[in-house]
Design a protein around this ligand. Structure first.
Ligand code: CP3
Length: 360
């Protein structure tokens, strides 16, 4: 398909619940969306993905658009999240990698030396033009539902590049950061530039909010996070400050890092299920008593969606109550939807959250 659309002006969705909550205002209803809401838990997703490799799907605008819309149609969630993957900009830039079903991103030549870092490609904008096209298609299709763009944060991307694939302990990554800090910082600086360019492209194409996924940052101590990671994530989030687009910053197991992750430049802090939202907000408020009201996103344990409805209902009500005590709240899971999840459960969760009143 040829793209004749002009660069889209962002829609005025300031009253959309997600964007009101992100500003710290009381929204018309509690916004809810689910990380990994598009994907293998949906039969309509499996149908359209049949025979299409993941990276190819991400770079086919019509298909990425359709997959992004599927959960919005099915659940009536308050945001769409662009169907893509955190390694798409690396692949588009020319890093030899694949997304292996059931495993995740696998990198052909791991990046471990100063020479490897110096050889990393930069991101030419035309290489990610299909992603920009998908965003432009989506803002036309979505009506008044906001579109969330995203990228992987420098640390999480670095973990895939250094380890060569998914990793439990991130041992080579941690070894590199401590043994050769100069190479480490050069790597993260390169990834910050690439990530910022990718997110700026998404903002220019029309996304209404962005989420920076630092999924594996919780593997670090706060001390190491502040020294080796925060400045680079701050370069990304700070580079978007002037756009007016809210920035969500998420990681798994980051209870000890919430304050630092907010300081990196987040408007909304993602919280997994390990820390209650009121406690997360207490930590954020204590660190910045004169700052804006903390806005948190989360935090239903995705595993609980496999339990019976009464269990899920009780947990949703608890989380909404804790979210009210927090200040601003965007309802979400504590991590992505598991493939085994019954889509009807997510439909019921959405409905229940929408029935509960925001604010006190
Ligand atoms: O949230 C959404 O609905 C948008 C789509 C999305 C995908 N990946 C699609 C995907 C998003 C936001 C991501 C981000 C992503 N990718 C993260 C950060 C979020 C998180 O979960 O912490 C990470 C760490 C990755 C890397 C990655 N890509 C993993 C760990 C996997 C899963 C491997 C597997 O198959 O179990 C992928 C592949 C992937 N990304 C799939 C999807 C739908 C599955 C591939 C397929 O359907 O063939």
């Amino acid at each position: 398909m040829t793209n004749t659309a002009p660069v889209s002006a962002r829609r005025d969705l300031s009253e959309a619940p997600l964007l009101a909550a992100a500003r710290g205002d009381v929204p018309a209803r509690i916004p809810v969306w689910f990380m990994r809401q598009a994907g293998r838990s949906l039969p309509e997703y499996r149908r359209v993905r049949e025979g299409v490799p993941m990276l190819q799907a991400c770079l086919t605008p019509d298909l990425a658009c359709e997959i992004t819309l599927q959960p919005v149609r099915r659940y009536g969630v308050d945001a769409a999240i662009l169907f893509s993957d955190i390694v798409v900009p690396l692949s588009a830039a020319g890093v030899d990698l694949d997304i292996v079903p059931g495993t995740g991103p696998v990198v052909a030549c791991p990046v471990r030396t100063a020479a490897d870092v110096a050889a990393l490609p930069t991101l030419a904008p035309d290489r990610v033009e299909p992603v920009a096209q998908a965003v432009r298609l989506l803002v036309r299709e979505l009506g008044d539902t906001p579109l969330i763009g995203f990228a992987g944060a420098p640390f999480t991307l670095a973990s895939y590049l250094v380890e060569g694939g998914p990793s439990r302990h991130h041992e080579r990554t941690k070894a590199l950061m401590h043994a050769d800090p100069k190479t480490w910082h050069a790597l993260l600086d390169h990834l910050a530039d690439l990530t910022l360019a990718f997110l700026r492209m998404q903002v220019a194409a029309g996304v209404d909010a962005v989420q920076l996924f630092d999924s594996w940052a919780g593997a670090l101590s706060e001390r190491d996070y502040r020294e080796f990671v925060l400045p680079h994530s701050a370069k990304v989030l700070g580079g978007l400050a002037g756009t007016g687009v809210p920035r969500i910053h998420f990681g798994v197991g980051t209870g000890e890092l919430l304050v630092a992750m907010r300081e990196a430049g987040a408007d909304v802090v993602g919280v997994d299920w390990r820390v209650p939202l009121d406690e997360a907000a207490r930590r954020l408020r204590a660190a910045a008593p004169d700052g804006p009201v903390p806005v948190v996103q989360g935090n239903l344990d995705p595993a609980l969606l496999l339990a019976d409805w009464p269990v899920v209902e009780r947990e949703v009500r608890r989380i909404v109550a804790e979210g009210r005590a927090a200040g601003g709240h965007v309802f979400n899971l504590g991590h992505g939807v598991l493939p085994e999840t019954d889509p009807d459960m997510l439909a019921r969760v959405t409905e229940l959250v929408h029935d509960l009143a925001p604010g006190e």
